[in-house]
Design a protein around this ligand. Structure first.
Ligand code: SF4
Length: 457
């Protein structure tokens, strides 16, 4: 088709203006290889890893080209032919994809070690004394963006089975993720809170493997298939009404287990049922007609907002005292019923990968005391894109700045987003812009707190 409707939506094309960095250009390269006119080369490999995998092009394509499958197949072929191989790259891929991110208990152990490094004061000592500069290369450059590891992981916050509050209407399973479990376990807790509040009995296996999206997006389809089988062994889709994901990136991959295991004689049927029942948490809440939080009296509305702040500092999220004071004083203004302004960044894999765009907004608009302000380019990639901000730092930083500028232009004091990578990327972008007051929160955290506020009034 080559109509080019995708070009204006493609962040790497927008940043460079080069056809090869566009969906149309990348597909032309893939076709030339498929037709035997071109070899899989190092520059082709680099091109496939310069693509964000944000799938904005798939939303724009009038012909319904399944770029997601093309892009993943291309990366699998790049890895199969080894055109980017080097001892350092091979070791990092093996260590991350095959050693750490396939062993959930080991991942938690590593998380605990980083948490100890952070809470023991060693990290701030190393930063103050400059010792931190001893960390070599890219790892040293990334150190300032190290996420805050939570004191408690999901299995310490959530019981394996939690009953519905009131009449049980559904039985659902919740996926806690791997990165999300270590750095945003309170989001998993809030996810269970809003589900039990809406008549769901919730099953949350305490130890869950990675969903495999990291592996599939980086050409390791063998590990991705193995992790999918482990998920299907852990959660039998026949035993639940829905399988709930609260992370846009994971959800997009989890939704396609049917495709990933289509040729697996043992798991294909179960994978089909899994993909039918896999729901993003916002999509599921809207589907079951979630209960709108009561708009408590103005006073208690203020309590709800104050709750957001207080729990922020209590829940292990590290918000500086100055930021809290700024917000509290801002909120005292709100005591006079001015709603708190919030805006929403759409994670690429939630809006483009899973086509879930309306439900998060429906939930945000139902929050008492908050006003949703749309930001420009809400669906434009923030530059996180899995590990893109590690592998392509320059382009990722430009996209981060572009996103942060649009978010700050709304004047919102809360940014809502539903993906751990975007959450971190935006938090770091705001800090780099000197903004320590704006808070980044998952929509289900805001909804859980609105429900909790009802119980305090
Ligand atoms: S996935 Fe994103 S970066 Fe890649 S070609 Fe499509 S729009 Fe461009």
């Amino acid at each position: 088709m080559h109509c080019g409707m995708c070009l204006p939506t493609c962040p790497t094309y927008a940043e460079t203006g080069r056809e090869r960095h566009s969906p149309r250009g990348r597909i032309a390269l893939m076709r030339a290889i498929a037709d035997g006119e071109l070899e899989v080369s190092k520059s082709f490999g680099e091109e496939m890893y310069y693509c964000l995998g944000c799938l904005a092009c798939t939303s724009a394509c009038p012909a319904g080209v399944n770029y997601a499958e093309l892009f993943e197949t291309a990366r699998i072929e790049v890895e199969r032919q080894g055109v980017l191989d080097s001892p350092k790259r091979d070791f990092i891929r093996w260590f991350a994809l095959r050693f750490i991110f396939t062993r959930p208990r080991l991942l938690r152990f590593v998380g605990r070690l980083i948490w100890l490094w952070q809470v023991s004061g060693l990290q701030s000592f190393a930063r103050r004394t400059g010792l931190i500069k001893l960390i070599p290369g890219r790892l040293g450059e990334l150190e300032p963006q190290t996420p805050v590891i939570r004191r408690r992981f999901s299995h310490e916050l959530i019981a394996p089975v939690e009953p519905a509050r009131g009449a049980k209407r559904y039985r659902v399973a919740v996926l806690t993720g791997c990165v999300q479990d270590l750095i945003f376990s309170e989001i998993n807790r809030a996810t269970v809170d809003v589900l039990v509040e809406n008549g769901c009995e919730v099953f949350t296996p305490p130890v869950q493997p990675c969903c495999g999206s990291l592996h599939a997006h980086n050409g390791d389809v063998v590990a991705a298939r193995d992790l999918a089988r482990r998920q299907l062994d852990l959660i039998d889709p026949a035993q639940v009404d829905a399988i709930i994901s609260n992370a846009g990136g994971c959800g997009s991959h989890l939704r396609h287990y049917d495709h990933l295991l289509a040729d697996d004689p043992v798991y294909a049927e179960r994978a089909k049922m899994w993909s039918r029942k896999l729901k993003d948490v916002h999509e599921w809440l809207v589907e079951i007609g979630f209960r709108k939080p009561k708009a408590p009296s103005e006073r208690s509305t203020f309590n709800a907002q104050r709750l957001t702040l207080n729990e922020q500092s209590a829940g292990g999220a590290e918000v500086s005292t100055s930021a809290l004071n700024v917000q509290r004083s801002a909120l005292s203004v709100h005591d006079k019923a001015a709603p708190t302004a919030l805006t929403y960044h759409e994670s690429c894999h939630l809006c483009h990968g899973q086509k879930v765009s309306g439900p998060p907004r429906e939930i945000l608009r139902a929050l008492p005391g908050f006003e949703l302000r749309e930001c420009a380019e809400a669906t434009w990639c923030c530059g996180s894109a899995g590990i893109y901000n590690i592998t392509q730092p320059e382009t990722a930083a430009r996209l981060q700045q572009r996103k942060t500028t649009h978010l700050q232009a709304t004047g919102a004091s809360v940014v809502a987003t539903a993906n751990p990578g975007c959450h971190l990327q935006i938090e770091n972008g705001l800090k780099q812009n000197g903004d320590h007051a704006t808070v980044v929160l998952h929509p289900v955290v805001l909804l859980a707190r609105a429900y909790a506020a009802e119980r305090t009034t």
